[in-house]
Design a protein around this ligand. Structure first.
Ligand SMILES: [Ca+2]
Length: 266
């Protein structure tokens, strides 16, 4: 009897889990970045549904939804795709038709196809090749997608590029000598030979950190950065220490007074 009941409970749990996972697959929220040499969208949170009706949530659905939400005139004006001999292919991105020279990555890994499946929380980056002769555009990304720092606090980012090694295996390389931009403005901070750069921002604001280079065509990387106002010198740790010290002092004084009173009474 007990076993039966346990079995029924387990079955109900499985059904519930299935129900939940089906519901989760109907929609996903992803972060979409689009560039055409310049950033057009920077990690915009986009709700994705199965707009192309293939029963899956894919890169295609995410880019379609991003245009529908953020491109003037919607997806009808700025986005197009078609089935070609290479599979599902982009023919227009952010209003640009260039004969199919686009790139797209999911979580900084090159997507095989527009039909690649995506899931909640994924980062989808798509770009228009600006060099359609030699395709020298290099996909780059920071080691973190987002960051919270304080005003004038130093922090370090690492800029990497996604490419291929001699055997055409995916490989990651440091991006040297790239200049950091904050909200599109050059800062003078440049990455070293390891792709690292240490910088600080003197204004409290939410901003987009990216990078440009004189020596390479970078697909602009994005680090969404929240810069909070510099504190007033009292950290939570200091506050706790001060309160603890005050309590301790009060106890000692109380004890001293009590002892004094006792000796006086004697
Ligand atoms: Ca779909």
């Amino acid at each position: 009897m007990k076993f039966k009941r346990t079995l029924a409970a387990a079955a109900a749990l499985i059904c519930f889990a299935c129900g939940v996972s089906t519901a989760a697959a109907d929609t996903a929220a992803v972060y979409v970045t689009v560039a055409d040499g310049n950033l057009k969208l920077a990690q915009e949170r986009i709700e994705v549904t199965d707009t192309d009706g293939d029963g899956k949530l894919t890169v295609n659905d995410a880019l379609y939804a991003a245009h529908e939400a953020k491109y003037e005139g919607g997806a009808a004006a700025g986005y197009a795709f078609e089935e070609t001999e290479y599979g599902l292919s982009l023919t227009k991105l952010w209003g640009v038709e260039n004969g199919g020279s686009y790139g797209y990555y999911v979580n900084n890994a090159s997507a095989m196809s527009l039909a690649d499946e995506i899931k909640d929380g994924d980062y989808i980056n798509a770009y228009v090749y600006t060099d359609t002769d030699t395709f020298s555009d290099v996909y780059t990304y920071f080691d973190v997608n987002s960051l919270s720092v304080r005003q004038n606090e130093e922090f370090t980012l690492t800029l990497q590029s996604a490419g291929y090694d001699a055997e055409w295996n995916p490989a990651v390389y440091p991006v040297e000598n790239a200049e950091i931009t904050v909200d599109g403005v050059k800062t003078g901070y440049k990455t070293d030979e390891n792709g690292k750069v240490t910088l600080k921002i003197d204004e409290a604001k939410n901003c987009v950190i990216s990078a440009v280079s004189d020596s390479a065509v970078l697909v602009p990387p994005v680090c969404m950065t929240e810069v909070s106002a510099a504190d007033n010198g009292v950290s939570p740790g200091t506050l706790i220490a001060v309160v603890a010290l005050a309590v301790l002092s009060a106890c000692l004084i109380f004890l001293a007074v009590a002892r004094l009173k006792k000796s006086y009474e004697k």
